[in-house]
Design a binder for this molecule. Structure first.
Ligand SMILES: O=C(O)CCC(=O)C(=O)O
Ligand SMILES: [Fe+2]
Length: 351
């Protein structure tokens, strides 16, 4: 369902990612406007598990500042960035990862590794990106890694402020998801309680320019196809493009083109399970549209409590007549997904 004169009418095509206006949820709309937005959300999100959001409630000023901060960080000399190094292990997923960091392989998840053709493709390509990851200061399992005092002062303060600003928007989106699935009050409370705010991850990404020959020979990609392990992910990107989502009907990737005031959102593996598969976890990748240009993006992964039990909501199971997934804790899921990725990448590297 679309409402008149919204961006939805323009962008809800077969070959583009549909746009949904969520201002009813981010700007305190009345119950009727929330209901209408939730119906629109459901109709579009169930197709491929991804949408573009207008009315997301994050100020353009803050988004612009976030990209400026990311650029200033990545512009620093390597030895300065390496003063906040990502540990030589997948967890805690915090700090700076250089372009040749072996943990970048974590982008490649279990699902796409099942196809021989894709396995073959991944054995030839490698991701080319650098990243800085951070989370809540109160996350005890994954403490942050910060630059020492005197190196880019202000970075920590701004990125944490942005983290909590995005938490507000994410909670509004979670409400929209809850209403869109018509969950009971009890289920809604349970799903909200799984997301107290300290388990999300904010990631600054820089994809450096790629040598023409590598781009032409497809030896390098910006980010291989994967699904996220999050509940859902918000994706901010610069104007260079490259983000693509899988259109399940045609089995082809479609552009999530940069559009003013649009933030892309995709369902992650956790909400696919919570929704009993109604909303699919979106397969996505970043391809090299403009090899000679740097690309910056800022994903925000809304994640659930490590020991929180993720399971299809009973009212959905009842309505659908089957339960698609067994319960699993967030931690169990990510540990096993990571192991699958590691096994697959070991197979690939010995091929
Ligand atoms: O850079 C992007 O636009 C996508 C990043 C992404 O998918 C991820 O970090 O999981
Ligand atoms: Fe992703």
């Amino acid at each position: 369902m679309t409402t008149k004169n919204t961006r939805s009418d323009t962008y809800c095509g077969d070959h583009e990612v549909s746009i949904v206006d969520l201002s009813a949820f981010t700007a305190n709309g009345d119950a009727e406007s929330k209901r209408r937005a939730a119906i629109d959300l459901r109709e579009k999100l169930k197709v491929n598990g991804c949408i573009g959001i207008v009315g997301h409630g994050v100020s353009q000023k803050m988004i612009t500042e976030a990209f400026a901060v990311a650029k200033e960080f990545f512009d620093m000399p390597m030895e300065e960035k390496m003063k906040a190094p990502h540990p030589d292990a997948p967890v805690p997923h915090r700090g700076y990862s250089r372009p040749d960091d072996k943990n970048h392989v974590a982008a490649k998840t279990a699902k796409e590794m099942t196809s021989e053709a894709k396995k073959e493709m991944y054995s030839k390509t490698k991701d080319f990106k650098e990243a800085f990851d951070l989370g809540s200061e109160e996350n005890r399992d994954e403490p942050n890694t910060w630059l020492p005092k005197g190196v880019y002062d202000g970075f920590r303060e701004f990125t944490l402020k942005f983290y909590w600003e995005l938490n507000k928007t994410s909670l509004a989106i979670l409400d929209a998801l809850i209403i869109s699935l018509d969950l009971t009050d009890e289920e809604a409370d349970r799903v909200r309680a799984l997301h107290p705010g300290h388990d999300h991850q904010l990631r600054l990404l820089h994809y450096p320019p790629v040598a023409r020959v590598e781009a032409a020979d497809k030896l390098v990609t910006r980010m291989g196809a994967h699904t996220d392990w999050s509940t859902f992910t918000l994706l901010f990107q610069d104007t260079n493009g490259g983000l693509m989502y899988m259109d399940r009907a045609t089995d082809t990737f479609v552009d999530a083109a940069p559009i003013d005031n649009v933030v892309y959102m995709n369902i992650g593996d956790m909400f696919e399970r919570i929704s009993n598969g109604i909303y699919p976890s979106a397969l996505h990748q970043v391809v090299i549209h403009k090899p000679q240009k740097s690309r910056y993006s800022i994903p925000y992964f809304m994640c659930s409590l490590g020991d929180g039990v993720i399971e299809p909501q009973p009212s959905l199971v009842k309505r659908m007549g089957f339960q698609k997934y067994d319960p699993v804790t967030t931690m169990e899921y990510s540990t096993s997904a990571f192991q699958t990725v590691r096994d697959a990448s070991e197979v690939l590297s010995t091929d």
